[in-house]
Design a protein around this ligand. Structure first.
Ligand SMILES: C[S@@+](CC[C@H](N)C(=O)[O-])C[C@H]1O[C@@H](n2cnc3c(N)ncnc32)[C@H](O)[C@@H]1O
Length: 262
């Protein structure tokens, strides 16, 4: 990032998921720092991100706490806003798994005669204190707090079509999706080459929400095995990524080259 800012190479969108300090078994990085050391480190990363971002850019930070330290994402959001000067423009809840009871689904939906429906992977949690953690945050930081977004690009259709035309803004069959995003992990049978990837759909949606622009540049400072790069290839936008571990980097390059030929 120092090199990028010295070359005045500014980015439109940063979308990233740093290590969460939850003792994940990364190959090179030690994910078990003291809490204050971890927060200071990410604050420093945030400062550098701000230095490489365009004034109307977006920084999507995917983060989660552990059940025993649920305040950590909020403490980070506070340090990035109060100490670094970012504005928290949106807080998105990434839901990874969800269960519905049939009576709550609404009469337009055809789910009857079942106890409930569960979608996504439910990782068992061995605790009598904590509920299974099925969601993470995506904090959307900007420099100015009023970056105009392309909400309908990630919008959904109206369930009740009579809404179209009823509101001044509802001129087409598409409405704001809102800040709760259900994105389950794709089922993977083979061994996982990295312990903490996000689904490609997550960076795709963030980039689309910011808005696809000519010659735009997306950056992921914690690239892992390249999910953000694949999202960018899918959307035909330019990207840069950095990753500390050479093996993850090699896998990212493999995935990128395979993705391009398919
Ligand atoms: C949560 S993972 C990101 C996974 C990525 N979103 C994906 O889907 O593949 C965090 C990554 O940050 C990397 N990392 C840790 N410290 C780093 C640093 N100083 N610079 C670059 N990457 C780093 C870790 O090796 C790990 O791969």
């Amino acid at each position: 990032m120092d090199k990028m800012s010295s070359q005045n190479r500014l980015v439109d969108v940063v979308v990233t998921s740093p290590p969460y300090n939850i003792n994940k078994d990364y190959r090179s990085y030690d994910d078990n720092k003291k809490r204050d050391v971890y927060l200071t480190w990410l604050e420093d990363v945030g400062k550098k991100i701000k230095s490489v971002m365009k004034d109307d850019g977006s920084f999507f930070l995917n983060i989660s706490g552990r059940p025993s330290d649920p305040k950590l994402p909020f403490d980070l959001a506070i340090s990035l806003t109060e100490n670094i000067g970012f504005k928290l423009q949106n807080t998105i809840h990434w839901i990874k798994s969800v269960s519905f009871d049939p009576e709550d689904i609404g009469r337009n939906n055809r789910l009857h005669n079942c106890d409930n429906i569960s979608i996504g992977h439910f990782k068992p949690i061995v605790s009598t204190r904590y509920l299974s953690d099925l969601h993470e945050y995506i904090f959307h930081f900007t420099k100015i707090g009023n970056v105009k977004l392309n909400k309908l690009q990630i919008g959904v259709t109206y369930q009740d079509k009579t809404n179209i035309g009823r509101w001044k803004t509802a001129t087409e069959d598409r409405r704001d999706r809102g800040n709760v995003w259900f994105i389950p992990y794709p089922t993977i049978q083979e061994a996982r080459p990295h312990p903490a990837v996000f689904p490609i759909k997550l960076p795709v949606r963030c980039i689309q929400l910011h808005g696809i622009k000519m010659n735009m540049l997306v950056y992921d400072p914690f690239m892992g095995i390249g999910s953000t790069a694949l999202a960018c290839i899918h959307l035909k936008v330019n990207y840069i990524g950095t990753e500390i571990d050479s093996q993850y980097n090699r896998i990212a390059k493999q995935r990128i080259s395979r993705y391009m030929v398919t």
